[in-house]
Design a protein around this ligand. Structure first.
Ligand SMILES: NC(=O)c1ccc[n+]([C@@H]2O[C@H](COP(=O)([O-])OP(=O)(O)OC[C@H]3O[C@@H](n4cnc5c(N)ncnc54)[C@H](OP(=O)(O)O)[C@@H]3O)[C@@H](O)[C@H]2O)c1
Length: 394
């Protein structure tokens, strides 16, 4: 397999302009990087936040895409050197198992022209690569591409934000989550589906999930003990009555941990502010959306997740904004999460990928645009939008 000198990439060309195709250089790998031919990518709400709201865009053109799945074309492993883009030493034991031709996937930084995923070739440091496990049945790269961004998000928010211990490898009989309640609002979202599965694996047996009723069966199967429907206007009262029946946990808050997988001022923060109590920790997916994007309307994001207009938290509730792009600050996760932990959990069947909805379109650009439109229309429900970037090598 050889790579061309340049290849197409989907970028935002200028402020509030629609995405366009840019012919961009193919970068040969530096030490401890791989050049990967991308087969599948997925579109996520972040792409809409970037395109419609220009969220956190330092300069244009801005290369889109945070997850790739494809095949390694060229690999430069050099355990004695550090990866040029990250400046880190690699876990070479593990990466000895990587080789050219391997089918891989990963969570990468959009905005970085080398690694952003909406392009036919990406050049990625090896610590951001997961190898597709052998022996999995019924799914492949198309489903794998749904995993890395939001499974990394699940680890990052549970550990860095909520301070929940997720030791790896998990010690036999590890049960620190037994009986502790975690409320996951937005359980049917991609983030929520992974958060619930991670909590189950580490022994959290009292997960309260809030999602549309149609997801409740699946959420119970994945690890939720009880589910509530956010579309029911009395949902906050129902949760309160459930907590009254269950009784408290001594002196602490009835629910110590909350994960807001959506970050919507009206849809999630307002109801959560009526449930969280002194001592509760609430991790909120950023950005907090005050007004969602719609046809002809730009979204409005809150400037400060702790002080959102119209949201009044009880005294002593700790609110934290989740920033997964910072996950590499935890050196253990930087080195282990994508190369080792994610493939191992998938191989064991402890984590199931999201369901996929394939976005069609005659060209790369059309598929990217169609996916943005589906996100703007709030179509995805319990599924990830995936689309073909190029044909898989045989
Ligand atoms: N800052 C970070 O580090 C970070 C990381 C990852 C994601 N995020 C953000 O988190 C948000 C979710 O991301 P995602 O990839 O998980 O999105 P997603 O799967 O595309 O979200 C769609 C889901 O949201 C659910 N939903 C919408 N409004 C809801 C509400 N009021 N209550 C409960 N559920 C609701 C819908 O549930 P039903 O199907 O049940 O109706 C739907 O399934 C996005 O804004 C994303 O940008 C932030």
């Amino acid at each position: 397999m050889t790579a061309p000198k340049t290849h197409p990439s989907i970028v935002l060309p200028s402020p509030f302009a629609p995405p366009t195709l840019l012919q961009t250089p193919t970068h040969a790998p530096n030490p401890n990087e791989a050049l990967i031919k991308v087969t599948w990518t997925c579109s996520t709400p972040l792409d809409l936040h970037r395109a419609a709201g220009n969220l956190a865009i330092p300069s244009f053109p801005f290369h889109l895409g945070t997850a790739f799945a494809g095949t390694i074309v060229t690999l430069w492993l050099s355990p004695s050197l550090s990866s040029s883009s990250s400046g880190l030493n690699i876990n070479h034991e593990l990466h000895e198992t990587l080789k050219e031709g391997d089918r891989v996937f990963g969570f990468v930084s959009d905005g970085n022209p080398r690694e952003a995923a909406f392009q036919t070739y990406v050049t990625v440091p090896v610590h951001k690569i997961s190898k597709l496990p052998q022996g999995i049945v019924g799914w492949g790269l198309r489903e794998a591409v749904t995993v890395p961004a939001n499974l990394v998000t699940a680890f990052h928010c549970l550990s860095a934000d909520l301070g929940i211990r997720l030791p790896w490898p998990k010690p036999r009989g590890f049960k620190s989550g037994e009986g502790k309640k975690v409320l996951v609002w937005g359980g049917g979202s991609s983030v929520g589906l992974y958060v619930i599965q991670v909590l189950k694996y580490w022994g959290y047996d009292h997960v309260i999930a809030v999602a549309s009723g149609k997801h409740h069966g699946e959420l119970r199967r994945l690890g939720a003990r009880v589910c509530f429907d956010y579309r029911n206007s009395g949902v906050v009262g129902e949760i309160g009555r459930y907590l009254d029946r269950e009784g408290g946990q001594g002196a602490g808050p009835r629910i110590p941990y909350f994960v807001d997988c959506i970050g919507s001022r009206d849809g999630t923060l307002k109801p959560l502010s009526k449930i969280a109590e002194r001592g509760s920790k609430v991790a909120v997916m950023l950005p907090v959306i005050e007004v969602p994007a719609a046809e002809g309307r730009r979204p409005v994001f809150a400037a400060d997740e702790k002080h959102v207009e119209g949201v009044v938290w009880q005294e002593g509730v700790e609110v934290m904004g989740v920033r997964t792009l910072n996950y590499e600050e935890n050196g253990f996760y930087r080195d282990k999460l994508q190369p080792e932990i994610i493939p191992a959990l998938l191989a064991q069947g402890a984590i199931q990928p999201n369901r996929t909805r394939i976005v069609e379109g005659a060209t790369l650009l059309e598929r990217a645009q169609n996916a943005l439109q589906l996100l703007r229309d709030q179509v995805p429900s319990g599924e990830r939008l995936v689309w073909k970037v190029s044909e898989e090598e045989q």
